[in-house]
Design a protein around this ligand. Structure first.
Ligand code: ADP
Length: 449
C-alpha cells in the first residue's frame, strides 16, 4: 500500500480524498493555489503545498508544479480528483516516468476513451449501441450538411475532446448548422486546444443514465449499477439518483452489461463511468466514458455500500477487487443535489464571496460532502459547486421527503446558491413521478419564470 498520497485537486473532492486516505491509514498531502490559501480543509491533510497563483492554468493544471510538490512531500501516488488533470493521459505518463503512481485508469485506455469519437468506435467494437453520428470528425460544411440530410434535423455538434458541455451546439437547419460548426470549433479550440468536432443525431427528450464501473489491474471489472442524471441545465447535471425510476429490469441489466463489455475492450482499470442516453422506447445509446471518479459518485456509494475512492486507491496499489459482481447489490434509494454558488434569479450567474452563515442540514439519511464552513470565501476562479447534498432512504418517496427536509434546514448567507431551485424541483410532479428527461428543467421549470 502507498505510504503517502498527494491530492492534486481542491475543494470538496480534495477533502473527500483526504478522508479516504485517513480511513486507510495513509499519509496525505494536498496542493493549493494562492486563491485557496487558508481554506480550512487544507489543515486536515498532513501537509499542504502551494503550487502557484489562482488561475488554474498557473497552478492546478501545471504538471511540473504538481510533480515538484509530490517530490517535496515524497508522495508515492497522486490522486487527481475530477476536472483539472484527472483525464489527462500525458499527466499520467509523466507520473509514471517520475515513478509516482497515478490513481486512475491506464494511459492507453484514457487516451482512447478521452476522445469521444474514438470512444464511440470502441463501443461499436464492443457491440454497444451508439447514437447515430458522423463517421468520425467532420472537416467541412459539406460533410456536415450531407450527414444532416441523411439523419434529419435536429443534429448535435460535439467536440471530440469535449467536456462540461463545451463545444456543443444544437442545429435545427442548414443555416444554424454552418454557424454552429464555426462556433463549436472555436469554443472547443479555446477550451481543449482541439477544435475537432463530430455530429450526432439530437435525440428527442432522452434520459441520461450512466453506469459506474470499477476494475483492477488483474483484468477484473464489475459494474455498480446506474445513476439517473436526467435533471440538467444546459447539459450540466443538477440532480442525480439511483436506482433510475421506471427503468425496466431487463434494460438496466442490458446497459450494465454493455458498460462492462465496453471498458473490458479498452483494458480499463480503476473507477470509471459509461454514459448513455435512453429514449422513450427504452432503447439506449452510448455517448461517452468518464475516465475518472465523478462528482456524483457518492450516490452509488450510498446504495451499494462500496467506498469508491478507497477502492480506487486499493486497485492503484495493485490489489485485486474485493467484490465479485454477485456481491454488488443496491439497497434503498439515494439522491444528490449539486449546491452551486450561483444566483438562480439572475441566470445562474456565479456568486463568489464570503459565506457569512453556513448552517448545514443533518439527521437520519443525510450526507453532506463539502469543504465550506462559515467565514469561507468562495474564490471566483473555479467551478461554482460548494456542496453535494445527499440522502439515502429505503424508498424513493422517503428519499424525496428527506431531501425536502434537508433543503429546508440548509441555511447559507453571504452568497447565492442553487438551494431555491432544488426546493422547487423536489415539488415538481413530473420529477416526483419519475417522468423527466434532459431538457425538462429548461422546458418546464426555467422558461415559465
Ligand atoms: P460533456 O462531456 O460535454 O458533458 P456529454 O457527451 O456527456 O457532454 O453530453 C452531456 C449531455 O448533453 C447529455 O447528458 C445530454 O443531456 C446531452 N446530449 C449529448 N448527446 C446528445 C444527443 N445525441 N442527443 C440529445 N442530447 C444529447
Amino acid at each position: 500500500m502507498f505510504q503517502r498520497i498527494l491530492v492534486a485537486n481542491r475543494g470538496e473532492i480534495a477533502l473527500r480524498v483526504i478522508r479516504a486516505c485517513r480511513d486507510l491509514g495513509i499519509e496525505v498531502a494536498v496542493v493549493y493555489s494562492e486563491a485557496d490559501r487558508g481554506a480550512p480543509y487544507l489543515a486536515l491533510a498532513d501537509r499542504a503545498v502551494c503550487i502557484g497563483p489562482g488561475p488554474a492554468t498557473d497552478s492546478y493544471l501545471k504538471i511540473q508544479r504538481i510533480i515538484a510538490a509530490a517530490e517535496v512531500v515524497n508522495a508515492d501516488a497522486i490522486h487527481p480528483g475530477y476536472g483539472f488533470l484527472s483525464e489527462n493521459a500525458h499527466f499520467a505518463e509523466v507520473c509514471r516516468t517520475c515513478k509516482i503512481e497515478f490513481i486512475g485508469p491506464p494511459e492507453a485506455a484514457m487516451a482512447q476513451v478521452g476522445n469521444k469519437d474514438r470512444a464511440k468506435q470502441l463501443a461499436k467494437k464492443a457491440n454497444v449501441p451508439t447514437v447515430p453520428g458522423s463517421e468520425g470528425v467532420v472537416h467541412t460544411d459539406e460533410e456536415a450538411l450531407r450527414f444532416a440530410a441523411q439523419v434529419g434535423y435536429p443534429v448535435l455538434i460535439k467536440a471530440v475532446a469535449g467536456g462540461g458541455g463545451k463545444g456543443m451546439r444544437v442545429a435545427q437547419n442548414d443555416a444554424t448548422l454552418a454557424t454552429g460548426l464555426a462556433q463549436a470549433r472555436q469554443e472547443a479550440e479555446a477550451a481543449f486546444k482541439d477544435g475537432n468536432v463530430y455530429l450526432e443525431k439530437y435525440l428527442d427528450k432522452p434520459r441520461h443514465i450512466e453506469i459506474q464501473v470499477l476494475g483492477d489491474k488483474h483484468g477484473n471489472v464489475i459494474h455498480l449499477f446506474e445513476r439517473d442524471c436526467s435533471l440538467q441545465r444546459r447539459h450540466q447535471k443538477l440532480v442525480e439518483e439511483s436506482p433510475a425510476p421506471n427503468l425496466p429490469a431487463q434494460v438496466r441489466e442490458d446497459i450494465c452489461a454493455a458498460a462492462v463489455r465496453l471498458v473490458k475492450t479498452a483494458n480499463y482499470y480503476s473507477a470509471g463511468t459509461c454514459e448513455f442516453l435512453v429514449d422513450k422506447d427504452n432503447k439506449f445509446y452510448f455517448i461517452e466514458v468518464n475516465a475518472r471518479i465523478q462528482v456524483e459518485h457518492p450516490v452509488t456509494e450510498l446504495v451499494t455500500g462500496v467506498d469508491l475512492i478507497r477502492e480506487q486507491i486499493r486497485v492503484a496499489a495493485g490489489e485485486k477487487l474485493r467484490y465479485a459482481q454477485s456481491e454488488i447489490v443496491t439497497r434503498g434509494h439515494a439522491i444528490e443535489c449539486r449546491i452551486n454558488a450561483e444566483d438562480p434569479s439572475r441566470d445562474f450567474r456565479p456568486s463568489a464571496g464570503v459565506v457569512t452563515k453556513w448552517q448545514p442540514p443533518g439527521g437520519p439519511g443525510v450526507r453532506l460532502d463539502t469543504h465550506v464552513v462559515t467565514g469561507y470565501r468562495v474564490p471566483p476562479n473555479y467551478d461554482s459547486m460548494v456542496a453535494k447534498l445527499l440522502v439515502h432512504r429505503p424508498t424513493r418517496a422517503e428519499a424525496f421527503a428527506t431531501m425536502r427536509r434537508a433543503l429546508r434546514e440548509f441555511v447559507v448567507e453571504g452568497i447565492h446558491t442553487t438551494i431555491p431551485i432544488h426546493q422547487e424541483i423536489f415539488q415538481t410532479p413530473a420529477f416526483i413521478e419519475g417522468r423527466v428527461d434532459t431538457t425538462f428543467i429548461e422546458r418546464e421549470l426555467l422558461t415559465k419564470k
